[in-house]
Write a protein that binds this ligand. Structure first.
Ligand SMILES: C[S@@+](CC[C@H](N)C(=O)[O-])C[C@H]1O[C@@H](n2cnc3c(N)ncnc32)[C@H](O)[C@@H]1O
Length: 222
């Protein structure tokens, strides 16, 4: 299958899933997409810095980001045009259309120059999207290559569940499968290996007994 066909397939799947869910997405996901606000609080972009969210969904994180860092210039991409309809409306309602630019694109094959006129970003955020993208390692690799010289990549997602009780894990995983979500237990190790290949330092923190993971890779840190 060609790359364009794969992107079209991903867009179709996500559009079908979020066509109706997008209306209750933020209200429902706040209970289980844990760690997003902590990631935003630790982002600390430079003055006037650029921040890209890959898989931005309804724009919830970008709006929080823009409000938390009033000098940052924000960009978001998502494969689902349905999600972007909600994101555009939310951004407009928040009065942030002049600071947040949104575009439809597949995280596995996007050109930041074509989409946003930028070659690299000071901060890149990927929040609960890698667990929905089958070739997620390629997305991490591209994100690392798309960092500005002192840029950093910030990931939050479902974790390895190592400290969670067995029955809870079983129910959680069955439920996540319904939403096409596959936790990536080796996210930390994979990021570490990909980051080392790029000369970037990475660190991973397990949250809530491994329910979630917060990983950061920083370019320019010895
Ligand atoms: C669980 S939502 C997370 C949204 C947002 N990041 C958040 O934290 O609320 C995952 C998002 O990733 C998007 N997505 C899935 N596959 C994608 C791909 N291949 N390229 C870009 N976005 C993708 C979905 O459309 C969806 O909006």
């Amino acid at each position: 299958m060609s790359a364009a066909a794969r992107s079209g397939e991903a867009a179709g799947l996500m559009d079908r899933m979020y066509r109706h869910q997008r209306h209750i997405y933020d209200a429902s996901r706040k209970f289980y997409l844990l760690g997003r606000d902590g990631m935003i609080a630790a982002l600390d972009p430079p003055l006037g810095g650029s921040v890209l969210e890959i898989g931005c969904g309804t724009g919830r994180n970008l709006i929080k980001l823009a409000q938390t860092y009033p000098n940052a210039v924000c960009y978001g991409l998502d494969v689902s045009e349905e999600m972007l309809v909600t994101a555009r409306r939310n951004v407009e309602r928040a009065g942030l259309s002049h600071r947040i630019t949104l575009a439809q694109a597949d995280a596995t094959a996007f050109d930041p120059q074509v989409l946003f006129g930028l070659g690299g970003f000071d901060r890149i955020v990927i929040s609960y999207a890698l667990s929905m993208i089958p070739p997620w390692q390629g997305v991490v690799a591209q994100a690392l290559r798309t960092l500005a010289p002192d840029g950093s990549l910030h990931i939050v997602d479902f974790g390895d569940q190592a400290g969670l009780p067995g029955p809870f894990k079983a129910v959680l995983n069955r439920w996540l499968t319904l939403f096409h979500v596959t936790p990536r237990p080796d996210l930390g190790e994979t990021l570490d290996a990909l980051a080392r290949a790029e000369g970037v330092r990475a660190r991973t923190t397990r949250l809530y007994r491994g329910y979630a993971v917060h990983a950061v890779a920083e370019r320019g840190v010895a």
